[in-house]
Write a protein that binds this ligand. Sequence first.
Ligand SMILES: Cc1cc2nc3c(=O)[nH]c(=O)nc-3n(C[C@H](O)[C@H](O)[C@H](O)COP(=O)(O)OP(=O)(O)OC[C@H]3O[C@@H](n4cnc5c(N)ncnc54)[C@H](O)[C@@H]3O)c2cc1C
Length: 400
Amino acid sequence: MFIATSLKEQMARAQDDHLRVLIVGAGVAGLGLAQALRAAGRQPVLVERAADHADSGYTLALMPLVDPLIRRIGVQAAYHARSERFHRYVLHGRHGQVLREYAVDSLLECEGNYRGIARGELLQALATDGAPVSYATTLTALRQTPDAVHATLRSDGATVEAEFDAVILADGLHSSSRALLLAPEQVSEYDSGWGGWMVWMDSDAAHADRGDEIWGKDFFVGVYPVKGRAGVFIGGHRDDTRAGLPAFVSHARAQLRQLDPWLERALDAVAASDAPPYYWKLVDGRSNTWAQGRVALLGDAAAGFLPTAGIGAGMAMESAGVLAWRLLAASRATVAAALADYERAQRPRVEAAQDNSRSLARFMCRRSALVAWLRDGLARMVSLKAALGPIRKLLDTMPE
Ligand SMILES: Cc1cc2nc3c(=O)[nH]c(=O)nc-3n(C[C@H](O)[C@H](O)[C@H](O)COP(=O)(O)OP(=O)(O)OC[C@H]3O[C@@H](n4cnc5c(N)ncnc54)[C@H](O)[C@@H]3O)c2cc1C
């Protein structure tokens, strides 16, 4: 449960803490870090720009990379209750025809631990034991001295000055607080040129553990299971999606000659969505430095992911766990070294995962009949086990 708490109250609690930590952004990574510290008796200050956590967001497929953090916070039961096993993965070709079906969690050797969950449900699961958050709050200035970080925050329309031992910037892919730490040239991005929309549809028992993807000539459709529902993503090149959602669905439908009823239902759900859903631009971001003195970046603010490999939240939560461990072991005097050590441990892993999601984007986000034809043939020949190699490597070398 989220507990809306004034900044003043959170700061008062943090004053006597072993380390006074400010976390900016109560998303998957920032909230995960805050709850891991709180589970160990610490009192970090957690602030969030939004007014609440009411939005259920989009679907997330989560690999076991998240399990150590979930265990550390002690919310395994809530996480399992709010998520769904993602067991079957059905890959469809450019006309909707089934190319292959896999037991994807078996391929990842994590039966039952590859799970689909709505982002909002994940945040609620992480907050099970109570999560104080100061909403409508942003960081506007930072100044470091050898002994502390002086932060200026804007909270509920008032300006607040405060001193911390460490500040963690976890405000997502379009982080605005990152500009307080890094110069613009220290952040690069990869733009796939594509974008798309996600809508929800009701699920049923027959499809509860099944995800589908159609890799079309110039479009992509993904249907992913979460508890009681499925998230449907449809996207394409931004030149084509500019015509709007209904026109783009018709464009995709015209190419689909062998569509099974489940995917028909998914496209009907998309076409029937009344309010136009949020449009996601498929762009990522990479910061060339994660830690500077007593301030560090976490999650998408450090390395933001394209959704193509379905691994951004997994890496963000893994990093939150690793950072929590470093912060719990640090003192006020050693915190800068602990943050540098966190960057050393996580950045290579996260960038390897990001490289993998970029390679997949280059393979998926194409507008070519020839490439789509070749891809359909390749998909029949190349085993998914081989294609998942880089991800399996990350799972095999997960930090303790
Ligand atoms: C459509 C889509 C599908 C995806 N699918 C998957 C998937 O299947 N599997 C997977 O592992 N990953 C997936 N990802 C990636 C994943 O969502 C991100 O990598 C993950 O959410 C990163 O977590 P984060 O906490 O860094 O950022 P976020 O979860 O975005 O949280 C950032 C938080 O900071 C807040 N904030 C923003 N600005 C400020 C500010 N100035 N001050 C204070 N607070 C601020 C935001 O409101 C938000 O609450 C997907 C992403 C998208 C867009």
